[in-house]
Ligand binder design. Sequence first.
Ligand code: GTP
Ligand code: MG
Length: 160
Amino acid sequence: KEKTLAMIKPDGIAGNYTDIIKKTILDSGFSITQEMLFELNEETVRSFYAEHATKSFFPDLVQYMSSGPVLIMVLEKVNAIADWRALIGPTDANNAKITQPNSIRAMCGLDLQRNCIHGSDSPQSADKEIMFFFNKASSDFFVTTEVYGPDISFLVIALG
Ligand code: GTP
Ligand code: MG
């Protein structure tokens, strides 16, 4: 079996898509072997998306990905990496709605940037990204509390 890294991005969490995305993951034959709710600071996002550092959209991407909590999961299945990329659909959620209406980005993404979900794009990226989030020392983490209105609060692990 193969492992890949999935992440529900801030717009996906804020839009309450967590449960439907997790159901889709399980219904598609993946198991979720690890998961953690993180709040990423800008430095962590810059490091995670370092391959895009020279792109014009990078500052917007850093701002977006640090704008709220993200749910990071390790997914396991035969051919997990390619199958997960296929299931999330194309980068641009507007394009996904036309060309791959059953994809996760078609279901919950908003546009080219706010596309609600991440997937590792190769075996090398999957290894690197799983290490990035799950091979940390406990001293790299601190716990914050996110509050979403008067009655809803939950713990978030922040990195940085
Ligand atoms: P990830 O799974 O998040 O890595 O997306 P991807 O592999 O489909 O796309 P890519 O790695 O090329 O881009 C990373 C992320 O940057 C995308 O998921 C978008 O959130 C954002 N992004 C990519 N291209 C653009 C763009 O042209 N404009 C803006 N504003 N954001 C972009
Ligand atoms: Mg990518």
